[in-house]
Write a protein that binds this ligand. Structure first.
Ligand code: NDP
Length: 321
């Protein structure tokens, strides 16, 4: 019989790519969305719409999730559901906390109550470290600086607690930023790529951005959903950081995107104070060595590849839209 996975947050960037990966392994995949009319655009682009049973459920509702687990008897559960924007979390702290903390603890409680014997993955975030003085690992000091990061930090602790205190097979992959053409257009990387393409067509086009000096460790989402599964299926469940280990500034990112299109970004980018975030993290980079040592996994694509792939994809989409 096919193994079954339940993916919470299945309509998002990672959820969609993960569902595709699990399907390719012959697994039965049940995707969960909050909406009774879920947005399946990414599933359609990835040609997996109809291959997955998409069901509506509230991850914070004990009875609903208990019933869902009872109905599908999954071998693996992936908890990717979240209000995932750091910026938006400053405007919607309650919704962000609810989506991440309540969802995570409810899922863990259901799993404990139901004596769930399968594997449970939680999508952690590099935001829990705040500024990284050196490449961050799970042993690094944590200093969450946004409602989003605080919620992810509390959830990370809770997942550890349920593993240690109740023996649940649950683990966190702490993800550094990762991109793909399926990222929501409101995220800065997508905004830069689509803005640069607009500038190629429109002479007077200006792209408005906040602070370009912030630096991040950017990877490729398709690879990160593979790393999630590696961590989850390991003989020994150990939390890990998933990253490339290379950090560049947003200015570097902008410069490379515009260079791909032969445009000078300095003529086209307008820096706007209102787009700066409160308590912005200045630099964030992970240590790839623990993942390489434990599982032989390293990100194959770094930020230069990410930029090239995003621009290529956006150009292709532009040609066909
Ligand atoms: P997305 O925002 O693309 O997808 C998240 C999904 O969660 C959405 O499709 C949505 O599904 C669901 N969701 C959104 N808001 C809420 C809410 N308020 N309550 C419950 N569910 C909600 O995120 P990604 O795919 O990029 O990320 C996946 C996970 O990895 C997230 O938990 C994110 O925080 C984490 N992460 C991502 C990083 C990245 O660089 N992409 C970096 C670090 C961590 P629906 O509307 O169908 O319910």
């Amino acid at each position: 019989m096919a193994r079954t996975a339940i993916v919470f947050g299945c309509t998002g960037q990672d959820g969609s790519l993960l569902c595709r990966s699990l399907l390719a392994q012959g697994m039965k995949v049940v995707g969960v969305s909050r909406s009774s009319n879920p947005n399946l655009d990414t599933h359609r682009k990835l040609c997996i719409a109809g291959e997955i049973e998409v069901t509506t459920a509230d991850i914070s509702d004990f009875r609903e999730i208990l019933e869902l687990l009872g109905r599908h008897q999954p071998n693996e559960i992936y908890n990717l559901a979240a209000q995932s924007s750091v910026g938006l979390s400053f405007q919607q702290p309650v919704d962000t906390f609810d989506s991440i903390i309540n969802g995570t603890i409810n899922l863990l409680e259901v799993a404990r109550f139901a004596e769930f014997n399968g594997l449970l993955y939680f999508a952690g975030s590099s935001e829990i470290f705040g500024n990284t003085e050196e490449p961050a690992s799970t042993k690094s000091r944590r200093n969450p600086r946004s409602p989003y990061a605080i919620a992810k930090d509390a959830s990370f602790n809770t997942v550890q607690l349920y593993r240690q205190a109740y023996g649940l097979h649950c683990v966190t992959g702490i993800l550094f930023n990762h991109e793909s053409p399926y990222r929501s257009p409101t995220f800065v990387t997508r905004k830069i790529v689509s803005g640069a393409l607009r500038c190629l067509k429109e002479r007077d086009c200006k792209l408005r951005l906040g602070d370009l000096s912030v630096a991040r460790d950017w990877g490729w989402a398709e690879e990160y959903v593979e790393a999630m599964q590696i961590i989850l299926r390991a003989d020994d469940l150990v939390d890990h950081v998933i990253c490339t280990g290379r950090m560049v500034t947003l200015e570097y990112f902008v410069d490379r995107v515009f260079s791909e299109l032969d445009i000078c970004w300095r003529d086209r980018v307008e820096l706007v104070d209102s787009l700066r975030r409160p308590s912005e993290i200045r630099c964030s980079v992970g240590d790839p060595e623990p993942m390489a040592l434990a599982h032989g996994w390293r990100a194959q694509r770094d930020v230069d590849d990410v930029i090239q792939l995003l621009v290529e994809s956006a150009r292709h989409e532009g040609l066909h839209s």
